[in-house]
Write a protein that binds this ligand. Sequence first.
Ligand SMILES: [Zn+2]
Length: 157
Amino acid sequence: MNSALEGKYAVTMDMYPLESSDFNRIHPFYDHLKEGRLTTTRCRDCGKKSFPPRVMCPHCMSENLEWADLPVTGTVLVVTEEEVGVPVGFETPLIHALIDLSGELSLFARIRGCKTGELKEGDQVKLTVFPVDPLPVDGKKGVVILQERVFFAFEKL
Ligand SMILES: [Zn+2]
């Protein structure tokens, strides 16, 4: 593989795993985030939503998917806090939570703006969208294009 991105891409991919080789097919996820919407893919064949967005339904293998909005507030089910060994580029403590989105779906997401011990099971959280480093993507003729990006987290209500 002769990509202009060789050796430059790994760190970004590790930090934000949604930006994989499927990126071009799930990019509406980021467009929706910019509008303050949390979305994912819903299967038109079996009706199930999956998170993160997919290019193929993990339940029935259909590629007949559409975008659907998810609730932007939720309830914390489980909290994890990391004080050490946090990846480069993240502040400490690095807090993640399993969040129940009004019974529609639960997802594991980063929590911003909380101190260690502040977030508890049962707390209400809401979506927050913030800019992250642009994503280098392969343009034509080996030119690397920087794609403006946002990512999401949740914060305590
Ligand atoms: Zn399906």
